[in-house]
Each structure stands twice: as structure tokens, then as C-alpha cells.
Design a protein around this ligand. Structure first.
Ligand SMILES: [Zn+2]
Length: 453
């Protein structure tokens, strides 16, 4: 089947795709709470003729499968939202829809919609052409806590897959030849002895002091870690008054680095800061690993194939109203940020049109983390981004939430669905491409990968 026939199949699913974008945007659920999202996509895929499989150990995760035999394609879908990003749809100023509520600031509403649409389109294409193979839509929860797919791997939900297809909304259209950072998320719980802070401070042992001394130790540690390391933390509210020596305190850390081995090493050194602080303050500290995800394993052969498919696709056409909306959104971003991104992406206007050349930007490391990194460790995975919001807008912002709920997001989803379906079709029908991609994966993969949780 020609590519234009695949695009036609996806165009035939436009209403389904748009409705999914809107419905999930209207029901923002935090990581770990995706009752509505997982149910919505389960029903959608079942109705489209897919078999469903769940795993009691990974709530809100599911596999929807169609076809038989190899190759087995895993199309990755997500549906979780972010706290504090509730935002009205399609307006160019910050205005909460639900005070303090969640919002789709990472565009996972359109991410999941495009993935589901692509999986259904692939099924149709395979049926028409009588192709051998299996297509699976993976309902992946808890991406924002960087743990859903890691747990799915731990419980063997990705067993039997040959290739993973993924995308993410962003401000540019491009393939990735660079990695994301590996990450560990962990908590310290300190225990001390409470006392009256004025009357008998000598009797107290402060958990809060221990937490603060840990953080100070970490500030000194920053000078002695490898480039690309990121250490950030937050503290749980202690809930005590200043006149009480705090018997309890908690902090939550992220350590990121280019490779998981570096993350583990730095995490151990952060733990030593906490142990040292506990000795200094005569308190106790408990360490708890919450989640951890690996860096992305690059696959240039898969990126080549994806890039060729992105070039073949007609660019998204925007209306004057959409450009106007994008310009207004862009105006709310700090001018320097906007100009920097416009220079970096060689973009004069508000929306990035065209495909970013691979040699220039695709190799810039992404200084964030994703649990898709773990999927790339166990099978060849591609990743591309599609412009869903204006250049200068970053994910995890109200601006991204507003755009993900607008026609900009919906158009990005349909475009991404075409790209995923086209790449998937190539993988199914081009054994020489499969060989190249698998060969590169085998050469690069780590023999000692284990999921962190
Ligand atoms: Zn995301």
C-alpha cells in the first residue's frame, strides 16, 4: 500500500482521534490515578477489534493487541496529567479551569490519542494487505512519575515485542538521535527527638537540621559530579511550629545523569550526605527508592527510517486564527526564551513548520528523563516530536496545556498518527530495515540492564 493510502486511513479516523484528544484533556488525571484514561482507551481499542490484557501488579496499564506472529509492534500511549496546570482550553492567558486542579501540560492527551489512532490505522492497513504481524497499543500509566513503563517491564508486559514506536508533543517536528537522561527518584525520612525549642533545646535532636545539612552537603557535592548531572529536591512540609525541635522531616530527591551507572553512583554519594547529616545531628535517616528510569538508547537506523517518513508527510496547515492564537501564546513567554528557541530552531514565526534537519539539532541531549528510556533498553525504539505548541513554549506550562487542548494539539496528534502508522507499515513490510534496526540495537544494548523498580 502506498503511503498516501495509509494517510487516508488515518484521515478516516480523524473524528476518533480528535475526540480522544478532547475527552482526555477534559479529564486530567494525575500519575497513578488514571482510572478514566485507561478505561477510555481500553474501550476504544476493544471496540476497534483489539484483544485486551491487563496486569494486576500495574494498575491502569494495559495491552490492546491485534494480529498474530512477528514482527510485534508496540505503539506507546500515555494519558497522565500534571498537578497545578489546570487551564482553560484555547485561551492565550493563564486562567484555571479548576482551581488547583491538574492539566495536560505535557500533552499526553494528544500523545495517547495519536498512538491509539495509529494502532487502529495499522490494523486496517494490515488487514487490507493481509500482512503477517502483531500490533499492540500499550496503555502506559504514570509517565510523569517516571515509573509506569519500568514497572510494566518488571512485570513482563513488554515480553515478545520486537519494535517500539513513540512520539511526544513539543514545539518542533523532529526525530531524535540523542538520549534522555537516566533518573532516580528517592526519599529521605529523618527521625529525631522532639523538645521545646526555647525551654529545653538540649533535649532535642532535630530531623529538620539533618535534612538541611544533607541539602548543604549536596550543594558541595555538585562540584564533583560528571557534566550533565542534575540533582534537584523538594521537602515535604514538616507541619511543626518554630518552637518545636522537629522530630520528623522528609525530602524527595531526583538525580539525573547521562547513564544509569552515573545516576547510581551519584545517588550513593547523596545517601552519604544524608548519613553524615544524621551522624552530625544524632538523628536517624531512612532511604527509600521511589523510581528510576534509564537513559534512551539511540537507534540511528530507526531514526533514519522515521526521518524519511516525516519528510514524506505533508506539513500541518494552520489557519490564520491558529497562527494568531499561537502568536498570542508566544507573546506570554519571556522574550529572551522565545528568541533563543527561535534562533535554535531557525524559526521566524510562531509555529515550527517543516522538519528539523537531523545533523543540527537531533543530537542535542534532552536534559529531561522519560520511562520510555527503559523500553529503548529492551527493544529498538524510535522517538520523534511534533509541533503542538509555539516555539518558545516549554512542556509542563499552562501555555502547553492551553495548546494541547486546542486545534493546534489536535492537528499535531493526527499528523503524528500518520507518521507512526507510516513508520510501522515500513517496519512490517521492509525486512532489510528491520535487520538494520535490530542489528544496531543488538550492537548497542547493555547486557546488564535491569529495571530499577
Ligand atoms: Zn511527557
Amino acid at each position: 500500500m502506498a503511503k498516501k493510502d495509509i494517510y487516508r486511513i488515518v484521515d478516516g479516523l480523524k473524528d476518533l482521534c480528535t475526540e480522544a484528544c478532547r475527552t482526555i484533556w477534559d479529564h486530567p488525571e494525575l500519575a497513578g490515578e488514571e482510572d478514566f484514561g485507561s478505561e477510555y482507551y481500553s474501550k476504544l481499542l476493544r471496540k476497534a477489534g483489539f484483544r485486551l490484557e491487563t496486569n494486576e501488579n500495574v494498575p491502569h496499564a494495559f495491552i490492546a493487541e491485534w494480529g498474530s506472529g512477528h514482527p510485534v509492534l508496540a505503539v506507546l500511549g500515555e494519558y497522565d496529567a500534571l498537578p497545578g496546570l489546570s487551564q482553560k482550553r484555547s485561551i492565550s492567558k493563564k486562567e484555571e479551569l479548576t482551581p488547583g486542579g491538574a492539566g495536560h501540560g505535557c500533552g499526553h492527551n494528544i500523545l495517547g490519542a495519536a498512538a491509539a489512532t495509529a494502532a487502529i490505522a495499522l490494523k486496517e492497513a494490515m488487514e487490507k494487505d493481509g500482512l503477517e504481524g502483531t500490533v499492540r497499543f500499550y496503555g502506559c500509566p504514570e509517565e510523569e512519575l517516571l515509573c509506569g513503563k519500568v514497572r510494566m517491564i518488571s512485570y513482563n508486559m513488554f515480553d515478545g515485542c520486537d519494535f517500539a514506536l513513540s512520539w511526544h508533543p513539543m514545539s518542533v517536528n523532529m526525530t531524535f538521535d540523542s538520549s534522555y537522561l537516566a533518573n532516580a527518584s528517592f526519599r529521605f525520612s529523618y527521625k529525631g527527638i522532639s523538645a521545646h525549642a526555647g525551654f529545653a533545646p538540649q533535649n532535642g535532636r532535630s530531623a529538620l537540621d539533618a535534612m538541611e545539612l544533607t541539602n548543604i552537603g549536596v550543594q558541595y557535592l555538585r562540584e564533583h559530579v560528571i557534566d550533565g548531572t542534575r540533582i534537584h529536591y523538594t521537602t515535604d512540609s514538616c507541619g511543626y511550629a518554630p518552637n518545636i525541635v522537629h522530630p520528623e522531616a522528609k525530602s524527595w530527591y531526583y538525580v539525573r545523569a547521562p547513564h544509569m551507572a552515573d545516576v547510581k553512583e551519584t545517588m550513593e554519594r547523596v545517601r552519604k550526605c544524608a548519613q553524615g547529616a544524621a551522624i552530625m545531628t544524632e538523628t536517624q535517616v531512612k532511604f527509600e527508592l521511589l523510581s528510576g528510569c534509564s537513559e534512551m538508547l539511540v537507534n540511528n537506523a530507526f531514526s533514519d527510517l522515521t526521518y524519511r517518513n516525516l519528510l514524506e508527510l505533508d506539513p500541518i496547515e494552520y489557519t490564520e486564527e491558529e497562527f494568531e492564537f499561537a502568536r498570542k501564546i508566544q507573546d506570554t513567554v519571556a522574550l529572551e526564551t522565545c528568541m533563543r528557541d527561535r534562533r535554535a530552531y531557525d524559526c521566524d514565526g510562531s509555529m515550527f513548520e517543516g522538519i528539523a534537519p537531523r545533523d543540527q539539532w537531533a543530537r542535542t541531549p534532552m536534559l529531561a528523563s522519560t520511562d520510555s528510556g527503559d523500553v529503548s533498553q529492551i527493544m529498538p525504539m524510535n522517538l520523534f516530536t511534533a509541533a503542538a505548541w509555539p516555539v518558545g513554549v516549554a512542556p509542563h506550562t499552562w501555555q502547553a496545556t492551553a495548546c494541547a487542548g486546542s486545534s493546534l494539539g489536535e492537528k499535531a496528534a493526527l499528523w503524528a498518527a500518520k507518521a507512526i502508522a507510516a513508520v510501522g507499515y515500513d517496519v512490517l513490510t521492509m525486512p532489510e530495515e528491520r535487520e538494520k534496526i535490530t542489528g544496531e540495537f543488538e550492537a548497542r544494548k547493555s547486557s546488564n540492564y535491569v529495571p530499577m523498580i
